[in-house]
Ligand binder design. Sequence first.
Ligand SMILES: NC(=O)c1ccc[n+]([C@@H]2O[C@H](COP(=O)([O-])OP(=O)(O)OC[C@H]3O[C@@H](n4cnc5c(N)ncnc54)[C@H](OP(=O)(O)O)[C@@H]3O)[C@@H](O)[C@H]2O)c1
Length: 315
Amino acid sequence: MKRINVGLLGYGNVNRNVHELIKHYAGRWGKIYGVQIEVVAVSVKHWDLHLDIVELLVPLETLIACKNVHVIIEAATGTEYASHLLSAMRNGKHIIAANKQLVALHYDELIETATENRVHFLYEAAVGAGIPIIELVRVLSRHQRILNIRAILNGTSNYIIGKLEQGHDLSEAIEEAKQIGIAEKDEWYDISGQDAACKLFILARECKWTLELNQIELEGIDEINHEIISSKDTGKRYKQVCWADNAGLAFVKNQSVLYGDFLYGINHEENGIVITGELSGPIKITGSGAGKQSTASAILQNLFAIVEGGEIFYK
Ligand SMILES: NC(=O)c1ccc[n+]([C@@H]2O[C@H](COP(=O)([O-])OP(=O)(O)OC[C@H]3O[C@@H](n4cnc5c(N)ncnc54)[C@H](OP(=O)(O)O)[C@@H]3O)[C@@H](O)[C@H]2O)c1
């Protein structure tokens, strides 16, 4: 039986659930695919918070160097460990990353290092959580030019705007988003539009556009409130709309969208994406843009691409 040993970087909402799912499905995957997948090491920041898995805890340096680890699943916060992931790829390890900030800020060097070392660097969970949007953009952009992307990419902001529509103020709405576990630790990252910009940047690069992160115009959802939202014409809703196109225009802005627009009906923490190719025309996709189950789904999608030894295809 083929054996894949997994190391986890981070053990919060996402990776704790990934660990549970790997244990839960191990027997089934063994029977169906003839592969034994096991988590053999975990790196975290605060060891004292993770005494239930103390036998798996290792320092980050050990995780990166350990010959017994084939794949590292990163679902942590911050970007200070980017150089460790580059070292891990040089050590022959495949990387799956969920952290969009990390992927966006270090995109070029992460992709180049993966390509040079013939390992996978996959990050489906970083955009749209469980929506397989990276895979879709890659498939669509191989044979045609992508003309533009129009989307709601930050489920937390969409959830908060929904609460503003119901009459809550911004701080109440943020608190509710935190309570249901969908807001980033630093909620400003969601509110300011930076989270959406990182995701838009990643999608733009998958479309083979030469956009830089700092070229994306940003407007935070703190610019709107219940009064602004309720003063709009009937048949319109405010949304945090992301746009990027092959002419280099890119923004994350609060826009009112008309009833009947695909983005009008995106509710709660859902994401919705319209990707327009010159041959395919507009393709619309929606689903949960946050949450431990949908994020784990994207991570496991990537894990199986590695298990199946899929072609290493970047640029
Ligand atoms: N939650 C979602 O719905 C979702 C969806 C898509 C993508 N993501 C991304 O996935 C990542 C994880 O999200 P989460 O909700 O699981 O976050 P979380 O619950 O806050 O967990 C973060 C984990 O990262 C660990 N960590 C932070 N810095 C570290 C370092 N330098 N070295 C080792 N471990 C470190 C923390 O360790 P301690 O536990 O020891 O503090 C914690 O276990 C984030 O980047 C997020 O943007 C999340």
